[in-house]
Write a protein that binds this ligand. Sequence first.
Ligand code: NAD
Length: 732
Amino acid sequence: MTDFTMKKDADGVAIITWDTVGRSMNVMSQQGFLDLEALVDDALADDAIKGIVITSGKEGSFAGGMDLNAIARMKDDAGDDPARGLFDGVMGMHAILRKIERAGMDPKTNKGGKPIAAALPGTALGIGLELPLACHRIFAADNPKAKIGLPEIMVGIFPGAGGTTRLVRKLGVMAAAPLLLEGKLNDPKKAMQAGIVDEVVPVDELIDTARAWVLSKPSIVKPWDEKGYKMPGGAPYHPAGFMTFVGASAMVNGKTQGTLPAAKALLSAVYEGALVPFDTALRIEARWFTNVLMNPSSTAMIRSLFINKEALDKGANRPDVPDQKVNKVGVMGAGMMGAGIALVSAMAGMEVVLVDQKQAAADKGKAYSATYMDKGIKRGKATEAKKDETLARITATTDYDALKGCDLIIEAVFEDADVKAEVTKNVLKVVGDDCIFATNTSTLPITDLAKASDTPEQFIGIHFFSPVERMMLVEIIKGEKTGPRAVAKALDYVRQIRKTPIVVNDARFFYCNRCILPYINEGIRMVAEGVTPALIDNAARQLGFPVGPLQLVDETSIDLGAKIARATKTAMGDDYPDAAVDEVIFWMEGEGRLGRKANAGFFDYDDKGKRQGYWDGLAARYPHADTQPDLITVQHRLMFAQVLEAVRALEEGVLEDIREGDVGAVLAWGFAPWSGGPFSWLDILGAPYAAERCDELTAEFGPRFATPALLRELAKKGQSFYGRFAGVAEAA
Ligand code: NAD
């Protein structure tokens, strides 16, 4: 069976239908391209055929994109000279799409040729739009749920099957830039307004309209194949075009801090391609695309942000127990987290009981959902009906009896073990025996909290990040006695709310906070040493972190840091390693510099809460050293502080799967996305160099950088984390 089939009708129209076997959405493979080419060749050579319509056999979608697994394998399959192999493969795709675009026309006169229309029933992403862009007209069904665009940049590549070159020539650089650089997706109507698709038609008229157009003997020469073609908005050497390119380069570097190889390569492909004829531009696009595919960053990003994220979303590590879909969830505590949890649960269609101590507090928690939906309505993303539906699902109450019938409880009351224990006991008196009880604690051990329950196998941690509705990761924590049904329930719930789960074992700060804290602490430690705060935060931002460690403390608050430090010190006793950090934190706390919420922290803030420069008082207490460390040293301190914690979490069995460690790091705290995560970063460095660097950092800065035994062993054996563990995870 092939993914493409063709039917020729009596009027002389060949309908090519794309229907990838065994997938709910079409994805393109190398073989798929060859099958498509064979059908196009057949139709072009057949005198009875006047034109072609390319459509999809999947209801509501055209295609989801290239099979990224295939892209990931392309490099491995390319043999001894992978760059050459990749380039040849990409040029092969260009040749097929160019054949569709030229459709048998005379190369000199542009005469002849057969019209080829793309008819998109719905979502068309990546190659699912690059193929239509090579056709002569794009018809899209009026399907508001459909998403149309080129999101490749989100996984570390860029549209490399002609999408970059064609979209820029069709729309001009200014209009194409957000679509290419930000991966912005549009519904069909907006895609038409943006000039990406040519016509939006009712879904049941899609094929007939496309057929009628094909039979109408339309002109099919693309503007860029006509003599005298001028790029909309001007080419780079045109005054307007010149400004566009200068602005675009600045914008890309400002946004990405130069960390994303794909963004730079994309701009180069656009700029250089705009200076030359179309076919040369395609070659340039292919060279830059090859360059990106050869960069280890793109391999790591595709692996973490697409392949492994998708595997985790589908429940890669889900125990083999029957479906645990949640129908009715009880949320205990309607504060910041509880309100967000209620919102995402209700939006996913669950019945929600939101409980707080006072009715006013419960109502306030529910009002958060109303405000959120109102904002959505203003931005055209929600409707009044959707808001009413969502709010109707949430019962805000103080009455525990309302929890009857809940199959999952998520507790988000104060971070106090006694309060949590009491709530747990009271809830379990009301709910049925089957109910799974989850806590959203960020610091208290799950195993200890589970002691409040007679059924600790039904007790689990479901740790959200703030703000709940925006953060895509949820950390699921197994206590010592947590059973498989509780894990499955938590995973099924996270799937319902369309977030990405990782599952870890119980240990201090679980996985994510365990790695974030050393990052913050290393930043603060450097302040105490006299490193300038700007160097510390900028070093992190230039690694691709959304905020530097000092700014992060201001956002999360100093008193939270101080509270965590005191609790950790009490728990660890003499082993506690962070006295130098505490010196700064406790002093800041004493000075009332509690962070953004106090309008005073490492930064000064104006009356409206807008961040100004670093606070002078900091330099007065911790004078800047005359000699500042070089950027790489600061960056290595910040990076190794985190990744070594991740390695230790793996060694200790807190993490069971390096894929979760990598995906979790990027989604939870924005760990240098270009690297693909801590383990991917270590693999990019190579274990021998990483181990050597740890030795140097240990000698200079102390034992917190000591090379973990596992890293030392990989270095000795010349192994990588993914070489050693990925197969294990996949087999699990
Ligand atoms: P919060 O103070 O905003 O909200 C707690 C709510 O619980 C309050 O509305 C309070 O009235 C209510 N509450 C207290 N005792 C109760 C009881 N006996 N019965 C019913 N309701 C009760 O706190 P938050 O920031 O939403 O945090 C809640 C939990 O989530 C904590 O365990 C915290 O560690 C955890 N957490 C917080 C964050 C964060 O960024 N804030 C992130 C992850 C996890």
